[in-house]
Design a protein around this ligand. Structure first.
Ligand code: HEC
Length: 246
């Protein structure tokens, strides 16, 4: 039986990495370097995430206590500074809980037109540069229901949750004839400070998408050390076995 062209084409499509399909943004993305082993950056990013994002988004493939362990926080610190969600009895959820959010999907749909997606794996779907640029590209736009739009994600349903930090931007045509986003009303952070805060947040999202990457490097060193010791032992053993043969 000959496989049909359609079948071969389907296999090709299935094998194409997701990131390739999601690529091709109309605006060039700003590059960001994140270091998930930088624990203080991760902690600052986590603080932003829990202050500004979990009201709408969940990260429900991650538990609070795992997060606390990886970020160097005690159980108490996790309970006091990260947990804002409560259970049916109104008690704060335990540190073993998944990071869900309190917003009812029905309400979210009414308010934003779409349910805010879970963000656990968003860094793997969108990539770090996309997130970094997206979170810095909100601008005022009267034609939108919430009065804001985004240069990277046109007609996005999300308002800018960080406007107090960034201020408000507008689209303006610069002297070079290109459109730029220009801050027209300052926020509490300067431009470079805001960029740094977003880098921390993206670092946290990158960690969230693949928590093992923190341990991978350390484990890799142990594995190499083990292989080296094993190599020496194997060599000595080989010498021992072959010494009478010659
Ligand atoms: C007021 C509610 C709200 C808050 C707060 C909020 N978001 Fe959103 N977010 C949304 C909604 C709604 C969407 C879906 C937008 C759409 O698809 O049009 C969204 C979409 C996104 C997306 C795009 C996901 C994708 O791949 O399509 C990212 C990334 C994101 N949010 C990150 C964040 C981060 C980071 C924060 C915290 C700084 C945050 N959001 C805070 C409502 C919110």
């Amino acid at each position: 039986m000959k496989p049909s062209i359609a079948l071969i084409a389907m296999v090709f499509v299935a094998l194409t990495p997701l990131s390739l399909q999601a690529a091709g943004p109309s605006v060039p993305l700003d590059q960001v370097e994140v270091d998930v082993t930088d624990q203080t950056s991760l902690q600052r990013g986590a603080r932003m995430f829990f202050n500004y994002c979990v009201g709408c988004h969940s990260a429900e493939y991650m538990r609070y206590n795992r997060l606390g362990r990886d970020l160097g926080l005690t159980e108490n610190q996790v309970a006091e500074s990260l947990i804002f969600t409560t259970d049916e009895q109104g008690e704060p959820v335990g540190t073993g809980s998944l990071i869900t959010n309190a917003m009812m999907p029905v309400y979210a749909k009414e308010a934003f037109g779409v349910v805010p997606p879970d963000l656990t794996l968003v860094s793997r779907v969108r990539g770090e540069d996309w997130l970094y640029t997206f979170l810095r590209s909100f601008y005022l736009d009267d034609s939108r229901p919430l009065g804001v739009n985004n240069a990277v994600y046109a007609n996005v349903g999300m308002p800018n949750p960080l406007w107090e930090l960034q201020g408000w931007q507008e689209k303006q045509v610069g002297a070079d004839g290109e459109t730029h986003l220009q801050v027209v009303e300052a926020g509490s952070l300067s431009g470079p400070e805001y960029d740094r805060a977003i880098r921390d947040l993206v670092t946290f999202l990158a960690y969230l998408g693949e928590p093992m990457q923190i341990d991978r490097q350390r484990i890799g060193m142990y594995v190499l050390a083990f292989l080296f010791v094993f190599l020496v032992l194997a060599y000595l053993l080989k010498k021992e076995y072959w010494k009478d043969v010659h």
